[in-house]
Ligand binder design. Structure first.
Ligand code: OFO
Length: 170
């Protein structure tokens, strides 16, 4: 059985994953409307993955006899200056998600909830990949600067990153 503290921590995490899915969906839609179809595909996939992260938490809470809460969400930002701004936001957001996941892991240890602690290790591994992927994209965009040809290649080459965007075992 989940303690109230752990149930609340997991429900907060559900909200954050749902918000991530919405952010990335808004970014995907912007990229598509600006003609960056590679980036749009990458972000639509990323948005789907965040939804899966959310559902995993919903099901885990319910399996452990708790009550998962499906949250209302704020409308995400939908206007961006360029791709660099988008990937900067993603990196900052993923760093925030990592720190929130670490808080859930801390709560599991303080409550001696080793089952949830074990479950959360999947998210710890996922965040390592998500942060490094986001940082990689930010670094590439810094090198490209305002170069249109570079943007074209970035948009084309990001397709190769889609299958490796999540850890094994999902
Ligand atoms: Fe769910 O990993 Fe990003 O936010």
């Amino acid at each position: 059985m989940l303690s109230k503290k752990i149930q609340n921590a997991l429900n907060n995490q559900i909200e954050l994953e749902a918000a991530s899915s919405n952010y990335y969906l808004a970014m995907a839609s912007w990229a598509e409307s600006e003609g960056f179809n590679g980036v749009a595909n990458f972000l639509y996939t990323h948005s789907d993955e965040e939804r899966i992260h959310m559902i995993k938490l919903v099901r885990f809470i319910n399996e452990r006899g708790g009550k998962a809460v499906v949250p209302a969400l704020k409308e995400p930002i939908s206007k961006f200056k360029n791709l660099t701004e988008i990937f900067d936001i993603i990196l900052k957001h993923e760093i925030l998600v990592t720190s929130e996941i670490n808080k859930v892991v801390d709560a599991c240890l303080s409550e001696k909830d080793y089952t949830t602690h074990n479950f959360m290790q999947w998210y710890v591994a996922e965040q390592l990949e998500e942060e490094s992927l986001a940082k990689n994209n930010v670094d590439k965009l810094r090198l490209i600067g305002d170069d249109k040809g570079g943007m074209y290649l970035f948009d084309r080459d990001i397709a190769a990153l889609i299958p490796t965007a999540t850890p094994k075992g999902k």
